[in-house]
Design a protein around this ligand. Structure first.
Ligand SMILES: C[S@@+](CC[C@H](N)C(=O)[O-])C[C@H]1O[C@@H](n2cnc3c(N)ncnc32)[C@H](O)[C@@H]1O
Length: 427
């Protein structure tokens, strides 16, 4: 065992069973044989970060990065990937956890090594340990696991041992919290690649970035859970929307603090929660015909802190295609100031497949949604619909041209499905 091993990460501050993140100024425990002075001198001035996202949401995430991480530099696509961008982040890493349209954030270390075995050498391992500590400073973990081809090999067993010695984190191959990905580097990316060391930068200058061996990338996830796993989701509801798509819907619609928000067919409240967490609203209302859905929404919104005494959020059981029932709910809950009761923003993800509805019922439901939403919205209102019924939605949007004008359509890839996010403006 290593003489370099220091005190174990404390438990408590990072949540039950988690190691507390070390203080920002706390020195990282050094791996055996690593030389502290060299590693301090080598500490990068900006952290190389990779953000993963659902394909289709790249531009939405880039806009969010510009807002949430205004100091981020060099945002660019990761070559060969449609679900990742890379950037350099001067200053603290912690703000990355505020990104709501990213699936996960990773600290990237590029190593000019021919095979993963070489990562065990002190100078390379030190950079990985530094990345682990950068992640731990943001959110604690007590275990880690590798995601890599051959992660069950002797090479990774040795790497796991060294990482454990250097950090005190326990290796749990199946359930480890802190994910450490090891993957082949990108050929030709050279010194432009995030996490590239000085050697790569020098060689890239000499070769124009076209060095023969792409080396290896080590990515350490920020946080014990992906960013897309929301702490407010205390009830898992079948067919619940992906939270990063819900956050993207809010961004695509734009937010105004005086919005009166209506979430039709709200299910467990994902769209409502993400909208209300993104910005204040004057009032909000979730409508679903199923009591279990409303119970789930109530639990989730409560967990998000959105149903307190001062909250102006209501959940109402009603059929979204029943114009009179929706009108009553809007009159009761979206009457704000002296404005006529109406919604300024309507969010919806109608059922698809057979989970909460049927394919046969889908055309009437989508058409009814557009008509019904128009009847209870204020001039200039926005309607944002997430739907898997691509052809059906295209047709009903064409047929409702006198009610809603299409603004944008965004194709998203999620778990083998390709739903669309339609943003429409009230005519
Ligand atoms: C895809 S789920 C919504 C999921 C939700 N966004 C979430 O994250 O949990 C569709 C919801 O529409 C509701 N629904 C279906 N038809 C409805 C109707 N005619 N009126 C009101 N709600 C309806 C279902 O009960 C279900 O909760």
């Amino acid at each position: 065992m290593s003489a370099a091993r220091g005190a174990r990460p404390q438990r408590g501050a990072g949540g039950p069973g988690r190691a507390a993140p070390p203080r920002r100024d706390a020195p990282a425990r050094r791996p055996q044989r690593a030389t502290t002075t060299r590693s301090v001198a080598r500490r990068p001035e900006a952290t190389a970060v990779e953000l993963t996202f659902l394909p289709g949401l790249r531009d939405v995430l880039a806009a969010e990065v510009a807002e949430v991480l205004p100091d981020a530099r060099d945002l660019h696509d990761v070559p060969g990937r449609d679900d990742a961008v890379a950037l350099r982040l001067p200053g603290p890493l912690a703000p990355v956890v505020r990104l709501r349209t990213a699936v996960a954030a990773w600290v990237v270390v590029h190593l000019d090594v021919p095979r993963p075995k070489s990562i065990a050498s002190p100078e390379h391992l030190q950079r990985v340990v530094d990345a682990v500590y950068a992640s731990l400073r943001v959110a604690g973990s007590s275990t880690f696991r590798f995601e890599a081809a051959g992660s069950d090999s002797a090479v990774f067993a040795r790497l796991a041992e060294l990482l454990h010695e250097a950090t005190g984190l326990r290796h749990d191959a199946a359930h480890g919290d802190l994910v450490v990905r090891v993957r082949r580097g990108v050929r030709g990316a050279g010194g432009t690649r995030p996490g590239a060391g000085r050697g790569a930068v020098d060689r890239a200058r000499r070769t124009g970035g076209d060095e023969a061996d792409p080396g290896w990338d080590v990515l350490v996830r920020v946080g014990p859970r992906p960013l897309s796993a929301r702490t407010w989701r205390v009830v898992d509801f079948p067919g619940a929307a992906n939270a990063t798509i819900a956050a993207a819907m809010t961004r695509l619609a734009g937010t105004r603090d005086d919005d009166r928000v209506l979430n039709l067919m709200c299910g467990s409240g994902t769209l409502l929660a993400e909208r209300l967490l993104a910005a204040p609203a004057a009032a909000s209302l979730g409508v679903d015909r199923a009591q279990p859905a409303l119970d789930a929404a109530r639990a989730n919104l409560e967990a998000a802190g959105l149903l307190g005494r001062a909250s102006r959020t209501a959940l109402v059981r009603a059929d979204a295609t029943d114009a009179a029932a929706v009108r009553d709910a809007v009159d009761a809950h979206l009457a704000v100031d002296d404005r006529p009761p109406a919604a300024d923003l309507v969010l919806a993800d109608p059922p698809w497949g057979t989970l909460h509805g049927s394919h046969a019922a889908s055309p009437a439901l989508h058409a009814g949604l557009l008509r019904g939403a128009h009847a209870v919205t204020a001039p200039g209102a926005r309607l944002v619909v997430l739907t898997h019924e691509v052809k059906v939605m295209e047709r009903v949007v064409r047929e409702a041209a006198d009610l809603w004008a299409p603004v944008t359509t965004t194709r998203v890839f999620a778990k083998g499905h390709h739903p669309r996010v339609h943003v429409l403006r009230r005519v």
